[in-house]
Design a protein around this ligand. Structure first.
Ligand SMILES: [Fe+2]
Length: 140
């Protein structure tokens, strides 16, 4: 779900800092899709079938696009909610498979590491946006 959410945000946002954020949203959308691919492959390895009902079963949900397409700080806050939900979920799943299924455990540890890094990236965008710009310095 995060994959599609970030992709959609990247298409609709506008404003002075939108181009910078679009690139980050598109890159992280691809990263999230890669997570889904890793998990789907592991489910298949274990003899299961990847989930086909994402909107019904997603634990982190989907925040629809905003009416104010230039409210980039709000976009980042919604993205951070998703990242923090994923961190909690992967942390719980890494613990669940610890000492039970080492391969699955390590997959969730890797995903957790990625999500913590994502959270940090998005947190670094927020102060600049709340001041009005992520790219223009007032220090001359
Ligand atoms: Fe993420």
């Amino acid at each position: 779900m995060a994959h599609f959410q970030y992709f959609l945000y990247a298409q609709i946002i506008e404003g002075i800092d939108a181009e910078t954020l679009k690139k980050e949203l598109e890159q992280q959308s691809l990263d999230e899709m890669n997570h889904a691919k890793i998990l789907a492959n592991r489910i298949i390895q274990l003899g299961g079938t990847p989930n086909t009902k994402l909107t019904e079963t997603s634990t982190c949900g989907f925040s629809p696009p905003l009416e104010d397409r230039a409210d980039l700080a709000h976009v980042i806050e919604l993205v951070l909610e998703g990242e923090r939900c994923a961190i909690e979920k992967y942390n719980r799943l890494a613990k669940k498979y610890h000492m039970k299924d080492l391969v699955t455990h390590e997959i969730f540890e890797d995903l957790l590491t990625d999500e913590v890094s994502d959270e940090e990236d998005w947190e670094n965008f927020l102060p600049g946006l709340k001041k009005g710009s992520v790219s223009i310095s007032t220090d001359f």
